[in-house]
Design a protein. Structure first.
Length: 145
């Protein structure tokens, strides 16, 4: 499954697209996911990203040699890092992150679109395929009087 992040009112991506494997399928499953809900999907994506965050933190502690292409690409993004960071590791609790994501969805802070169909309820059943596209759309809150 391809995970995409967008923000209303911005052409810039929220994050680089990444893939998350489908959950294991049961023997009697027709391949469509059946009892997999939006709640399950959000949990799967959040846990995947928490683990990726922890790995990035660990990787930043090691000094790496960069190629000219890596330096150029990083410079275009605005930051070149060789690692060796002495910044302490940040603790992220997976359970708290999952619950925060569910709450944020319920509070209307973001939308989830699966294969071009907007999801409205955490407990709605999803039918996913290996090539499904999941888009998280961050909503911009209006301010002022």
């Amino acid at each position: 499954m391809l995970v995409i992040g967008k923000a209303l009112g911005s052409k810039k991506k929220l994050f680089d697209e990444f893939s998350v494997p489908l959950p294991p399928r049961g023997d009697d499953d027709d391949g469509g996911g059946g009892d997999f809900t939006l709640r399950d999907l959000i949990e799967r994506v959040v846990r995947h990203e928490v683990r990726a965050f922890r790995k990035r933190q660990t990787d930043r502690q090691f000094v790496r040699a960069l190629t000219a292409t890596q330096i150029e690409t990083a410079a275009e993004k605005g930051k070149v890092e060789m690692g060796g960071s002495e910044v302490g590791l940040q603790h992220v609790d997976e359970e708290d992150a999952v619950h925060a994501a569910w709450t944020a969805f319920d509070d209307g802070l973001y939308l989830v679109v699966v294969d071009e169909v907007q999801c409205h309820n955490l407990d709605q059943t999803l039918f996913l395929a290996d090539d499904s596209q999941i888009t998280f759309v961050r909503l911009t809150m209006l301010t002022g009087a």
